[in-house]
Design a protein around this ligand. Structure first.
Ligand SMILES: C[S@@+](CC[C@H](N)C(=O)[O-])C[C@H]1O[C@@H](n2cnc3c(N)ncnc32)[C@H](O)[C@@H]1O
Length: 269
């Protein structure tokens, strides 16, 4: 296990640096089953194109993953020779990352991605898998953009992968929508506050131990609102695709991968 440098919290101790207002919805119970529950997201055809795009955007520079979790993308990105650091709120998730082969290469700072600083300046900061939504207030999302920008060197890029709000599929008078159902799994989103853009994702997973239920609140956010957050943080929109394969983004796109750039040229190294 990597010994955290001074100023970094030790995941094994469960301590945090610069704890913000965010609630930890990824405690021990969730972390223990995270990789198995999201097996499809760990598939090479999902991870490969994301890592390919991120590696290209990092150039030869360093990368920082906000909400790094168990290292789904960070570990394969580091295996490509990109130095990767991370920030995450959950000690339980980070313990899983550290325990994996290649996890020892990744320096993780425990804390809230709205406020926590990781040592270094980065060519690439990225936040994937809808996790901007885990910040359930507009202020927190704005702060996250500011924090991402503060970690970037001039010319550096901030990448966000997030779904487009699914509101067009919600008929008037209804407040919930099933987004996935498969043998042993049902997931639905319940829209609890259309003014504050708040919803809760409910997941029901059937396993040998019975039915497991979890619920995670999220703030859904439109691409244009993210562009304003980026602008507030001094970043300019560079690209927006509907997936990691750089497919064009349009009115029917269900999600997007957006890239904002910090003006300026990288310092000579
Ligand atoms: C859906 S998982 C994504 C993990 C990883 N990025 C991936 O793609 O598999 C969400 C992660 O975000 C972290 N997280 C949620 N809110 C956070 C916050 N405010 N600051 C830092 N990490 C946060 C959770 O602890 C969890 O590890």
């Amino acid at each position: 296990m990597k010994v955290p440098a001074p100023g970094r919290a030790d995941p094994a101790l469960g301590t945090r640096q610069d704890v913000g207002v965010s609630e930890d919805h990824f405690g021990e119970e969730v972390a223990a089953v995270y990789d198995a529950d999201h097996e499809d997201m760990f598939a090479p055809e999902v991870v490969g194109p994301a890592v390919e795009l991120l590696a290209g955007l990092a150039g030869g520079g360093e990368a920082l993953e906000l909400a790094i979790g168990t290292g789904r993308l960070a570990i394969p990105l580091a295996a490509r020779g990109i130095p990767v650091s991370g920030i995450d709120l959950s000690a339980a998730m980070v313990e899983r990352l550290v325990a994996k082969p290649g996890g020892e290469r990744i320096a993780v700072t425990l804390g809230d991605m709205t406020t926590t600083r990781a040592p270094g300046r980065f060519a690439l900061v990225y936040l994937v898998f809808n996790t901007i939504g885990n910040l359930t207030g507009q202020d927190e999302q704005v702060a996250c953009f500011a924090n991402a920008a503060a970690h970037l060197e001039p010319g550096g890029r901030f990448v966000v992968e997030v779904g487009v709000p699914d509101l067009r599929r919600l008929p008037p008078g209804e407040d919930a929508r099933v987004f996935a159902h498969a043998p042993g799994y049902v997931g639905y989103d319940r829209y609890v506050d259309l003014v504050g853009q708040l919803a809760v994702s409910h997941h029901f997973v059937a396993g040998s131990a019975g039915l497991r239920e979890s619920a995670t609140p999220f703030r859904y956010v439109w691409p244009s609102e993210l562009d304003l957050m980026a602008r507030l943080a001094g970043l300019d929109l560079e690209d927006r695709w509907s997936d990691w394969q750089r497919s064009p983004f349009g009115a029917e796109s269900r999600s997007h991968v957006s890239v904002w750039v910090k003006p300026g040229s990288p310092a000579q190294k």
